[in-house]
Design a protein around this ligand. Structure first.
Ligand SMILES: N[C@@H](CCC(=O)N[C@@H](CS)C(=O)NCC(=O)O)C(=O)O
Length: 211
């Protein structure tokens, strides 16, 4: 498999965590989202992902998967051990709810495109953009804080897709200096994951293309 990735991309980071947890190997192809106007916009990359975003996963038969939730669900189905979704449907829905808050409701609001639109088209200043990020990330994290458990990872001793989405979101929150002290459960999960080899190896700072 070949993973098209960028070190600081939180969506790529999700997929890297799942690869590490499931002990899967992938060749990495680095797509620099800033250099040269963004390598994701090159026609050669658009041929791989017409949306011009990372991650994309090329399978050994040449098929291309895009969108981290779809890639993660695919990995879960094809490589079910260790499971990142609980077997109980109710517990599974709770894990997916946390993942969806981050993937659907928070991350799209501080993604590169919308932020540049706020700056360049709507004409908002950098402090206004920063306040926008803090508002939406804070709202999402306070909901996650109310939903997760009191011990270990989000939902107990083993990591699930909730953690796979949460840790990259926390990385982004810290990058944008969003205050986190109001979220003790989330900070506990961050600490637990910070000691787990799979989460460490997937961290942006530990990628070959990190700057
Ligand atoms: N929902 C998508 C989001 C993918 C996405 O937006 N990736 C960002 C990096 S985290 C990207 O490639 N942005 C480039 C751009 O917007 O030009 C997923 O989860 O895969």
């Amino acid at each position: 498999m070949k993973l098209y990735t960028y070190w600081r991309s939180t969506s790529s980071y999700r997929v890297r965590i799942a690869f590490a947890l499931k002990k899967l190997e992938a060749e990495q192809a680095f797509v620099h989202l800033v250099r040269n106007g963004g390598e994701q916009n090159a026609s050669s990359y658009r041929a791989i992902n017409p949306q011009g975003r990372v991650p994309a996963l090329e399978l050994d038969d040449g098929s291309i998967l895009i969108q981290s939730p779809a890639i993660l669900e695919y990995l879960e189905e094809i490589y079910p051990t260790p499971a990142l979704l609980p077997s109980d449907p109710l517990a599974r829905a709770k894990v997916r709810a946390v993942a969806s808050i981050i993937g659907c409701d928070v991350h799209p609001l501080h993604n590169v495109g919308p932020l540049n639109h706020l700056r360049k088209v709507v004409g908002r200043s950098e402090p206004e953009v920063t306040a926008w990020i803090a508002a939406w990330v804070g709202q999402g994290l306070s909901t996650v804080e109310a939903l997760i458990g009191n011990e270990g990872f989000c939902f107990g001793p083993e990591p699930t897709l909730a953690d796979v989405f949460l840790l990259p979101q926390l990385y982004a929150a810290r990058r944008f200096a969003v205050p986190l002290e109001a979220y003790p459960r989330i900070l506990r999960v961050e600490k637990v994951a910070g000691e787990h080899p799979a989460f460490l190896s997937a961290h942006p700072a530990n990628q070959p293309d990190a700057e």
